[in-house]
Ligand binder design. Structure first.
Ligand SMILES: [Zn+2]
Length: 434
């Protein structure tokens, strides 16, 4: 993909006006409970408790009977485990219940109308999901069209690597699921051929998981995952040429870079300072304890010759003021000073932002180009409508009030154009006080 993209600069209100999808938990629960209701209703309609096993040791099932049992079992699986699909349940439900509807109608079951209601409910809910997704993508696209002003920006190799990785995600799962589904269908066809067009089972195992029901579920999962990969690819394709300068946290996605105001981190450029051991130390430490650093900035090391506590305290007041915007000067729970009216971390951006389908790769602006912290950076995270009601609380670090002990000195930030003072500590990083 091209490493020169169009630079878009939405205003704060443009960004905040982009629509979000509704709560994913609500969608999942609604779809799943509708599925449970359909299965229960069908059981009642068919008087499932009266199905007595045939007296003979084996029964031969015609393909239609096998299909009825297979589809019904898939519906039972959905009622048991459908919630685990998350939002994808909205698309699994109409497929499963339409299959049940068709095969039960062909078999003349009395549960046919119940399956029909289940299938139509599923279609309605899936339609709502599709509409919300398309609406968001359309708004993002029209905003991009409006903001295009011919500005171009060069994208670094780490961001391109992260973009490639995000697009490839899920492809392996699709291939594995497809192979499993094909093998199961092949097995079923062999069983059918060996039985002369019928499948013979012992009556007590008639509702045990059959090859055809498992094959059906594997095929459905293949289609769901493939559709998600394809939808992501399609959404990305439409906005692949863009880099968005993000004006704040009020938009439809969230990423660590959008929160400007706390200290303790290091930008990529700062980490390239001579003698810096911060990146090395961060990589050496157990990353499982703080896997978040890869998406955000690099954590500072207290003993780094370039960014350690001694380095902060060795700066004279003039040098400190000049560097006041560097996050490494400040404690991880301290605000980083910013001037009046400034509303965002200048330089935070998203590569190829296309709404929730492809939420964009977090990038930093550096001189004439943009790049990511690493090629393994995660894409931004979708913020759904209920979450947007307030700023994400989990984005704020734990607030620990600064101690009065161990103060080294106090620096007035006024001459640098920032409100308040910096309080430096002998054994810690500086705190910003208003
Ligand atoms: Zn360092």
């Amino acid at each position: 993909m091209s490493n020169v993209r169009e630079l878009l600069r939405p205003s704060k209100s443009d960004w905040a006006a982009l629509p979000s999808r509704g709560s994913g938990i609500r969608v999942t629960l609604t779809v799943w409970l509708a599925g449970v209701g359909t299965v229960a209703g069908a059981f009642v309609a068919d008087q499932g408790w009266e199905a007595a096993p045939a007296p003979s040791p084996e029964v031969a099932l015609a393909p239609l009977e096998v299909a009825v049992i297979g589809a019904t079992l898939a519906a039972v699986y959905f009622a048991a485990f459908g919630w685990a699909l998350g939002r994808r349940a909205a698309f699994a439900s109409p497929v499963i219940f339409t299959a049940c509807w068709l095969v039960h109608a062909a078999g003349g079951s009395s549960s046919t109308p119940v399956w029909a209601v289940g299938a139509l409910t599923g279609l309605l809910l899936a339609g709502r999901e599709v509409r919300a997704s398309l609406r968001q993508l359309r708004k993002v696209r029209s905003l991009a069209d409006r903001l295009r002003d011919g500005s171009r920006v060069h994208v670094g190799s780490k961001a391109l690597g992260a973009e490639h990785g995000a697009l490839a995600r899920g492809r392996g799962v699709v291939v594995v699921l497809a192979v499993v589904a094909l093998l199961l269908w092949a097995t079923f066809l062999v069983q059918l051929a060996n039985g002369g067009g019928q499948v013979t089972v012992a009556p007590e195992t008639i509702f045990a998981p059959t090859t055809v029901s498992v094959a059906g579920v594997a095929s459905l999962l293949t289609v769901l995952w493939a559709a998600q990969v394809a939808w992501r690819w399609w959404a990305h394709r439409q906005l692949a040429a863009t880099v968005w300068e993000v004006p704040g946290t009020e938009g439809p996605v969230w990423t660590a870079h959008l929160v400007r105001s706390y200290g303790g981190g290091l930008t990529r450029r700062d980490s390239e300072a001579s003698g810096c051991i911060c990146r090395e130390e961060a990589e050496r430490h157990d990353l499982d304890e703080d896997p978040g650093w890869m998406i955000g900035s690099i954590p500072t090391d207290d003993y780094c010759p370039a960014h350690g506590i001694d380095a902060v305290n060795a700066l004279d007041h003039g040098a400190f003021r000049k560097l006041a915007r560097a996050t490494w000067l400040w404690d991880a729970s301290s605000a980083v000073p910013h001037s009046e009216g400034e509303t965002f971390y200048s330089g935070a951006g998203l590569l190829a932002f296309a709404g929730h389908a492809f939420p964009g790769i977090p990038v930093f602006r550096e001189a004439d180009d943009v790049d990511s912290v690493s090629p393994f950076v995660e894409p931004a995270t979708e913020i759904t409508r209920p979450e947007r009601a307030g700023p994400p609380q989990w984005a704020d670090p734990d607030f620990v009030p600064p101690a009065e002990q161990g103060i080294l000195d106090v620096i007035d930030l006024g001459p640098a154009g920032f409100p308040g003072t910096a309080v430096r500590y002998r054994h810690g990083r500086a705190w910003h006080r208003f």
